[in-house]
Design a protein around this ligand. Sequence first.
Ligand code: ADP
Length: 486
Amino acid sequence: MSTQLTLSVLAVASEVYPLVKTGGLADVVGALPGALASEGIAVRTLLPGYPAVLKALDGAAEVFAFPSLYDGPARLLAARVAGLDLLVLEAPHLYQRPGNPYVDPSGHDWPDNAWRFAALARVGAEVACGRTGAPAADLVHAHDWQTGLLPAYLRYEGGPPSVMTIHNLAFQGQFSADVFPTLGLPDAAWSIDGVEYYGGVGMLKAGIALADAVTTVSPSYAAEIRTPAGGMGLDGLLRARGARLFGILNGIDTGVWNPGTDPHLPEHYTVVRPAAKTAAKAALQARLGLAVDPGALLFGVISRLTWQKGLDLVLTALPTLLGAGAQLALLGTGEHALQAGFAAAAKVHPRQIGCLFGYSEEVAHLIQGGADALLIPSRFEPCGLTQLCALRYGTLPVVARAGGLADTVIDCNEMAVAAGDGTGVMFAPTTQEMLETALLTTFRLWRQPALWQKLRRNAMRTDVSWKRPVARYAALFREVVAGRAA
Ligand code: ADP
């Protein structure tokens, strides 16, 4: 335990594992509080009262009532769930909706998303400034566009300092200019230094411009987003933030992701007793209707099926993969065309391609345990979590050299292998040709069992825990608070 003074941090996010999750954001927001506690930092997490969140609350206490928050009553509830100190914004007119937090059942953004998340940011500011009866915060940690207005409210109202973390720059929360007068911000905020963005309201832009520090989830992504090619329109602002933009890698929960104890695996294995990984492979092959064959190189995919993740390239590279006698186990949801493509391929090659379209923690764990290699051909990847899990499970990541993938996998190039290093296969640029080359490289390694086992050990020995990253967050938080006090 650190001997430094305890800092009180209010984290605000739209997703928190295990209550509500559409991607890696939830994992990170769920894991950081526990990890930061060992650094003497106490985190409370504010999130919207989606149905799944309210259902998980047991014995929640009302902290504050808002008679009207964007045209409806709202309450702030406090509860402890899954080891997390939660504040939940119960506002049925904003959050009591089925399914995905952001889109309606037909897949379109909810038309009132601007106010749903302006309300979250507004209440975050009220809490942080000590206006709700909940303790005030020394620092606010805002996650992604849904909380981008929060650094703006704090800045214009003289609140505590804030750190804005970008988990994915592709989602920016842009709305039309007529939203601005409803946000309760001063006129001065309507400027290039405030929330105005290309003539509209930019929520993530506001957070980037007005937070005391900005972080993103890997050093390589922090560099990429400063460039026109990776900046998605915000590179100029990100360059202007200069030294206040930091890249801090994500970790994973090594308790949840542990092949030595994983309840979803038929047998447990460790780096020194890896033999039972073959049992997981057989179970995965059986589960997805593949030929149960220990000799077939089995690639796994666990992913949102979107352009970002480059899975269209896997589809076009399938002949190479199948021609070499490999198998593919795919778990994912997303774009219909991709899903249809993989479904059609699985129909033609049922013993070599097995797909599960949907969300399943159980199958995600089984793929991490049972696959030999995990394919992640992302066009961009802020950090990526699945490659970290894959390393821990001795499933060699085959990844595009992008963002956090580049920072966490050691490519098995000739020099790395000669030095006894290497934990995966990396390719660039993200094209079909380069992916096919990487697949063939993976086969070459697979055909050398002693080498493959060595690489697997290297992977499993990689430290993918929160230990290092969380020390960096803690140091940054302390520096930001001290900077304001100075
Ligand atoms: P992103 O946040 O861009 O989707 P990440 O790799 O950062 O990608 O995080 C994805 C997280 O979601 C991982 O924890 C992964 O295991 C999980 N995941 C993705 N798709 C599924 C799915 N269909 N079923 C279960 N877990 C999934």
